[in-house]
Design a protein around this ligand. Structure first.
Ligand code: HEM
Length: 161
C-alpha cells in the first residue's frame, strides 16, 4: 500500500484538493464578500450569502477530507512524523494547523452553532457581521497562503534557517 506510485498519486490529489479548497476560500474572501458588502441590498445580502456559501461548504468538506488523507499518507510514506518535532519544518505545522482549523469549523462548529450564530448576528447588524466574517476569512486565507508558499519551497529543499 505504501509505494511510490501511490505517493505520487497522493501528492497530485493533495494539490488538486487544495486548488479547489483554498481557491474557493480566496474567491469568497477577495470577490464574494466584498461584492456582497458593496453592491447587494442589505435585506437580500444574508440570503444570497447563505445560498452561495452552502454550495461551497459542501465542496470545502470534501476537499478538506481529501487533503488530510493524502497529506497523512505522504507523512507515512516519507516516515516524516518526526518533522513535527523540528522548527525547520514549520510549514508542516502550519499546513496541519490550517487543516485542523477548517476541519473543526466545517465539521463541528458550523453544524453545532456557528451557522445559527452568524444568521442571528447578521439579522441584527448586517454591517458588523459581514465585516467580522470578512476579517476571519482574510486571516484564514493569509495563513493558507503562507502554508502553501512554505510547503512548496520547503518540500523542494529550501532551508528557511
Ligand atoms: C493534515 C494536514 C496536512 C498534512 C498531513 C500534509 C502533509 C504534506 C506532506 C507530507 C507533503 C509533502 C512534503 C514533502 O514532500 O517533503 C505536503 C506537501 C504540500 N502540502 Fe500539505 N499537508 C496537509 C495540509 C495541507 C494544507 C491545508 C495545505 C494548504 C494550505 C497544504 C499544502 C501543501 C503544498 C502546497 C505542498 C507542496 C507540494 C509540492 O510542492 O509538490 N497541505 N503536505
Amino acid at each position: 500500500m505504501l509505494n511510490l506510485d501511490n505517493y505520487v498519486f497522493a501528492r497530485s490529489l493533495h494539490i488538486l484538493a487544495i486548488v479547489f479548497w483554498i481557491g474557493g476560500v480566496a474567491f469568497v474572501t477577495t470577490v464574494l464578500i466584498p461584492a456582497l458588502k458593496s453592491t447587494v441590498d442589505p435585506k437580500n445580502r444574508l440570503a444570497l450569502f447563505e445560498q452561495l456559501e452552502s454550495k461551497f461548504s459542501f465542496q470545502a468538506k470534501i476537499t478538506t477530507v481529501l487533503t488530510g488523507l493524502s497529506g497523512f499518507y505522504m507523512v507515512m510514506f516519507v516516515e516524516g512524523w518526526d518533522r513535527y518535532l523540528t522548527l525547520q519544518y514549520w510549514w508542516m505545522h502550519l499546513m496541519t494547523l490550517v487543516w485542523l482549523i477548517f476541519t473543526i469549523v466545517l465539521f463541528v462548529l458550523e453544524p453545532l452553532f456557528l451557522h445559527q450564530w452568524f444568521h442571528a448576528r447578521a439579522t441584527e447588524n448586517g454591517e458588523a457581521a459581514f465585516n467580522a466574517l470578512h476579517t476571519m476569512h482574510i486571516i484564514l486565507l493569509t495563513l493558507s497562503i503562507i502554508a502553501i508558499t512554505g510547503a512548496v519551497a520547503g518540500s523542494h529543499g529550501y532551508s528557511f534557517f
